[in-house]
Design a binder for this molecule. Structure first.
Ligand code: ZN
Ligand code: ZN
Length: 426
């Protein structure tokens, strides 16, 4: 199981689903001074793309995902009859920069400086960004762009949702694009594998409150627009709930258990009703207080072997480093899991199996490694091996009262059904 997958699962229930159409739906919202928002809805996801149009052409904030990008391009030329000259990405997630390739290289891509680092070192899981579509411009801190007779302010912020977060401000329209740093009715979403950081959220949110006009409209990465008062409420909730979890941790209490009740009563109705539950938020905060490993991911030294397809070399290097450099590199269970999903996302299914098997060898008692391996086998069409691994995940998960047990059971059920179907066909 990979984190973003569970977020996606929540999405499925949030978005109105039509069982009969697979098509992409576009809702257009027009603001002042040439700014519009395209709300894109598919069967499984919903996200926003901002279009700023004028005499010189279009600038996009985010490009949605790869699957919808051809439709997006068509929609833009239909509605604005102009070429896209710039793309600014609020961060490196599939459903925000997956469509870049559709407009690049005619359009210049502007991203946070960490984007190419993540794309080049194997520390990304974004299958939809091709290596030809590397960013053209990366502001150190702030970039002011003159386009269509207006000024656009692009601001790279400290790692919060990911370590590639940027804000985009249109002063004339008084519109600020905040990406996934702030979503309606949602606790902060922290992608730790993507470099996100709970403790920076207060800083980043406070900075927005202090730096932009009180009547600014906030366009988010998913869902409805928000306003300064919403952001102030968000800030208050983050400050108070992190302080509460901090106090509980200091008092050596189980933050999860003691915190849930109090935080639930106070905030669940407002903030816990979309992508992240109250329990999930407390977990994020509690983990951020525990001593962080400052070690570099073992993926970085492995990546040259991975990139050239040398899997034997990858295994040898991993084992060598595990003997010699455990102080230097992070060998946690999550590292190979992340790498395996990276390979799966690039359709290197057999290589993913090799990596997940290595993880299983290193962490034979970890529940999730069996589920991940099951998923890779399922993708490879080896349903019996998939079922075997899902079974193991369910058995271990039940014993450990794993919080993802329902997902493991669901996977096992699905693959068992597939096996039944395939044998009855024969
Ligand atoms: Zn998003
Ligand atoms: Zn995101």
């Amino acid at each position: 199981m990979y984190l973003r997958k569970s977020i996606l699962l929540v999405f499925v229930f949030l978005v109105p689903v039509s069982l009969f159409s697979q098509e992409t739906k576009f809702a257009v919202h027009n603001y002042s001074a040439g700014v519009s928002k395209l709300e894109i809805t598919t069967q499984s996801n919903a996200f926003n793309v901002v279009v700023f149009a004028g005499d010189e052409g279009c600038l996009l904030v985010d490009t949605g995902d790869l699957k919808t990008s051809a439709d997006l391009k068509q929609k833009i030329s239909e509605l604005w009859k102009m070429n896209v000259k710039y793309i600014v990405n609020t961060h490196l997630h599939n459903d925000h920069m997956g469509g870049n390739g559709q407009f690049h290289p005619e359009a210049a891509i502007i991203t946070h400086a960490n984007v190419p680092i993540r794309l080049n070192t194997g520390l990304n899981i974004v299958q939809d960004v091709h290596e030809n579509d590397m960013p053209d411009l990366m502001p150190e801190n702030k970039l002011t762009l003159k386009f269509n007779g207006q000024i656009i302010e692009i601001h790279a912020v400290p790692p919060a949702h990911t370590d590639t977060d940027m804000l985009v401000y249109f002063p004339e329209a008084k519109i600020l694009c905040v990406g996934d740093v702030f979503l309606k009715n949602c606790y902060p979403l922290v992608d730790t594998q993507g470099g996100g950081n709970v403790s920076n959220f207060t800083k980043v949110v406070k900075n927005i409150i202090e730096s932009y006009p009180a009547d600014v409209t906030l366009i988010t990465g998913h869902g409805d627009d928000l306003h300064m008062q919403d952001l102030k409420n968000y800030y208050k909730m983050i400050v108070e709930s992190t302080a509460l979890v901090n106090d509980l941790s200091k008092a050596n209490k189980d933050a999860q258990e003691a915190g849930v009740k109090e935080i639930n009563e106070k905030w669940d109705q407002t903030w816990g009703q979309s992508f992240l539950s109250t329990g999930g938020w407390i977990r994020s905060v509690a983990t951020s207080f525990s001593p962080q490993t400052k070690k570099e991911s073992v993926i970085v030294p492995l990546y040259p072997f991975i990139k050239s397809g040398d899997m034997a070399g990858t295994l040898n290097k991993y084992k060598e480093l595990h003997k010699t450099s455990r102080d230097r590199y992070d060998f946690g269970e999550g590292q190979l899991n992340f790498l395996g999903y990276n390979l799966l996302s690039k359709n290197r299914v057999q290589d993913a199996i090799i990596i997940f098997q290595l993880n299983q060898e290193m962490y034979p008692d970890a529940v999730n490694v069996y589920d991940s391996l099951g998923e890779a086998f399922e993708e490879a069409g080896d349903l019996n091996s998939a079922a075997m691994n899902y079974q193991k995940a369910v058995a271990l998960g039940e014993k450990a009262q794993d919080r993802n047990i329902e997902l493991y059971q669901k996977n096992l059920k699905r693959v068992t059904l597939k096996i039944k179907k395939s044998t009855s066909v024969k």
